[in-house]
Write a protein of this length. Structure first.
Length: 89
């Protein structure tokens, strides 16, 4: 997702597939993966409520493992898409 967002390539079907696959494997994501995925969707203004719920749950469990930049990028992504994650922020 990060590479496509960096290149400003927004393909809703592709990002729907990325969201679905990511939700299923969210437990395998490292903190930077969580941050980069959230950032990519927000950069392209693509909403994926299920994915962002999963990112919030997983991020809460590992918030102490995030680098400051990753935490800032995650917060930015949630704010940009107006996603409420009371358990996280």
């Amino acid at each position: 997702a990060w590479a496509f967002a960096t290149l400003n390539i927004s393909d809703p079907r592709l990002f729907d597939a990325i969201a679905c696959a990511s939700e299923q494997r969210i437990g395998d994501f490292k903190p930077q993966d969580l941050s980069n995925t959230a950032w990519a969707f927000a950069k392209l203004d693509l909403r994926a409520p299920g994915l962002f719920d999963a990112i919030a749950r997983e991020s809460k469990q590992r918030v102490g493992s995030f680098e400051p930049q990753g935490l800032a990028n995650t917060a930015w992504a949630f704010a940009t898409l107006s996603v409420r994650a009371h358990q996280l922020f």
